[in-house]
Design a protein around this ligand. Structure first.
Ligand code: BES
Ligand code: ZN
Length: 622
């Protein structure tokens, strides 16, 4: 049996040197020195929109000749750097801040006479820190108190803490956090739901080693409601009951995942529901998932988001991609596990529908990507912003590859294999080569004749979808396809479609199967019967509004404007922004809306919309 390595000689030959190479998205020289422990002392100042703090870094020197420590920073003001010796005595250290790179930020270079066990940096963040969003009172649901939240993935931790901002490095942390008195602070660490707030002082500890992108903080008028023995939801008071109801199955999901892949190793699993400007659906901050409120639609139809973020407790937080080119090890594995959780808790039909929708989204996005970006194993992201390199390929092609392996080796065998992968690499940062080696040894060699090396190679190293990809199917969606065809042929009216009372996923599938454009009469009929305009469901809005824009149905514009101003979750709003920008008239409308919307947007969302605008204007000129 020829091995994958025989077919992919580059993989085998360069495996060792690839591991030793530094992450191109960080200044850290991880072969020389690594941070092992971080002690933070943070003052959260809402008036000046700054965190003013100290970061004490414990160092593990790997190269005995090294006398320099390079940390990542972005827009940080560094006040002092001190050396802390073995007995805790502080002396000033020589340091300089290098030139700022647009993507990487600026290196903080500390020059030492001898290798110090600890370094302490005193610093302040910039009011426009890329990893923080400061919301005014008016931008919250309660309107009484300001709100702050972080989003560190991929390389934004450096905008609020000076550190080695690469997932190659893992560290434990503690934090003393000082906030205005009535507010609550939470972090990706131990949070006590029964804690009385009011002192303005919080202490946190994360005793498991984590990568920097999992550092997280939020501060605001945050209430708590328990949903199980080790789960709770945190949210603004007006949101917390609804959130607790929507996420009431979280403990069931944890139990289902433990059955498949072994113990949940992080203690509690809590969810913080953020204001609608949160730029993502969810973020797997350990012990405290951050989530968009846009999935709280009242019928639990979008709680696969929780399954996804929970799954990261195994794929991502426990076994972590060592640099961002290998993000499919985080997101692809997680999307696969997510679907297994959905199947276990909500049944096969639900899981199948989600698979069909995901695969549709992958094909759509992949059609627009350069071949090099259609690979699971990407080239190093040198000179690239990892946020912009993230696509459905990592998520859905990644998950599809694991489903392919499951189909070939059988579920029981594959489940054991995946559990072993998590167990044997727990609290480690790994790259694709490590996975390929593990796959060869623990699955392919043990069960010869099930897959051919070239089949594996097609999945990992070739663009597009391999011939071995089996498309997901859903019987419920077959019915939706028939209903859609009947409506298009004039055999059914929209009122009869409405009477069928579809769930979110059925409606999404109905919309995805419609042609590029509809005529005004058709759109008005759907709108009247199914109330798509002004829908509170972002998954529906994300598909309906671009259809109206492509079709020139300008009646939808007031609702579009409201939607783009109210919601900051990138995935939901970018399709509508992009559809608008495709015509000169739409572009002008979009620019007008953006001047209003951007005030409420997170820096990450602003960057995405601005980039799309620049691109559209470039096209309009040429
Ligand atoms: N870890 C990601 C979010 C992320 C990835 C942020 C890369 C920054 C860089 C998170 O787990 C995620 O994938 N969220 C999804 C939701 C999910 C249900 C697919 C999202 O935000 O859309
Ligand atoms: Zn994810």
């Amino acid at each position: 049996m020829p091995s994958i390595h025989a077919l992919l000689p580059a993989l085998a030959l360069f495996a060792v040197s690839a591991q030793a190479a530094n992450d191109p998205n960080s200044y850290a020289e991880t072969d020389k020195v690594r941070v092992t422990q971080l002690a933070l002392d943070l003052h959260v100042a809402f008036k000046s929109r700054q965190i003013v703090g100290k970061a004490e870094l414990s160092l593990d020197w790997r190269d005995k000749a090294a006398r320099e420590l390079k940390l990542d920073t972005r827009d940080l003001a560094i006040a002092t750097v001190e050396i802390i010796d073995a007995v805790g005595k502080a002396t000033p250290a020589k340091f300089s801040l290098g030139n700022a790179d647009k993507i990487l930020g600026a290196p903080l270079i500390v020059t030492l006479d001898e290798q110090a066990p600890k370094i302490r940096v005193s610093y302040a963040t910039n009011p426009n820190a890329s990893g923080l969003q400061w919301l005014s009172e008016a931008q919250t649901a309660g309107k009484l108190h300001p709100f702050l939240f972080s989003q560190s993935q991929a390389i934004h931790a450096r905008s609020w803490v000076p550190l080695q901002d690469t997932p190659t490095v893992r560290f434990t942390y503690t934090a003393d956090v000082h906030v205005p008195k009535p507010l609550r602070a939470v972090m990706s660490a131990n949070n006590d739901p029964s804690l009385a707030v009011g002192s303005g002082e919080f202490h946190f500890a994360m005793d498991k080693p984590i990568p920097s992108y999992l550092l997280a903080i939020a501060v605001g008028d945050i209430a708590v409601k328990s949903t199980g023995p080790r789960t709770a939801v945190y949210a603004e008071p007006s949101m917390v009951e609804k959130a607790a109801k929507e996420f009431e199955d979280t403990e069931k999901m944890i139990v289902a995942t433990e059955k498949l892949y072994g113990d949940y190793r992080w203690g509690r699993y809590d969810i913080l529901v953020l204001p609608p400007s949160f730029p993502f659906g969810g973020m797997e901050n350990p012990r405290m998932t951050f989530a968009t409120p846009t999935v709280i639609v009242g019928d639990k139809s979008l709680t696969s988001l929780v399954a996804h973020e929970l799954a990261h407790s195994w794929s991502g937080n426990l076994v972590t991609n060592s640099s961002w080119k290998d993000i499919w090890l985080n997101e692809g594995f997680t999307s696969y596990v997510e679907n297994r959780i959905v199947e276990a808790v909500y049944g096969r039909e639900q899981a199948d529908m989600e698979d069909v929708i995901s695969q549709f989204g992958l094909k759509q996005e992949m059609a627009e990507l350069a071949p090099a970006d259609q690979l699971l194993m990407l080239a190093p992201l040198t000179g690239r912003d990892p946020d912009e390199a993230l696509t459905q390929v990592a998520y859905i092609k990644g998950a599809w590859f694991l489903s392919f392996l499951e189909q070939r080796f059988g579920r029981a065998t594959f489940d054991g294999f995946l559990r072993g992968w998590f167990d044997q690499h727990a609290f480690q940062s790994v790259d694709s080569d490590t996975f390929v080696g593990y796959l060869q040894k623990n699955l392919i060699d043990k069960h010869p004749g099930k897959v051919k090396p070239e089949e594996i190679e097609a999945w990992l190293k070739q663009p597009g979808l391999p011939a071995t990809a089996v498309a997901a199917k859903s019987a419920r969606f077959d019915k939706i396809d028939a209903a859609r065809a009947d409506w298009q042929a004039g055999k059914r009216d929209a009122a009869s479609l409405a009477a069928a009372k579809w769930g979110t996923l059925e409606t999404v599938h109905f919309l995805e199967g419609l042609p590029e454009k509809l005529d005004t009469k058709q759109l008005a009929e759907l709108d009247a019967a199914l109330h798509f305009g002004g829908t509170a469901n972002g998954e529906i809005a994300q598909r309906w509004y671009p259809l109206t824009v492509r079709s020139g149905y300008t009646q939808a514009r007031p609702a579009i404007e409201k939607f783009l101003i109210a919601i900051g979750r990138r995935k939901l709003i970018m399709p509508t922004w992009e559809a608008l920008m495709a015509t000169p008239d739409g572009l002008a409308f979009a620019e007008g809306v953006f001047t209003k919307a951007r005030q409420g947007y997170h820096p990450i969302t602003t960057t995405s919309v601005q980039a799309a605008l620049d691109k559209a204007k470039g096209k309009a000129k040429s």
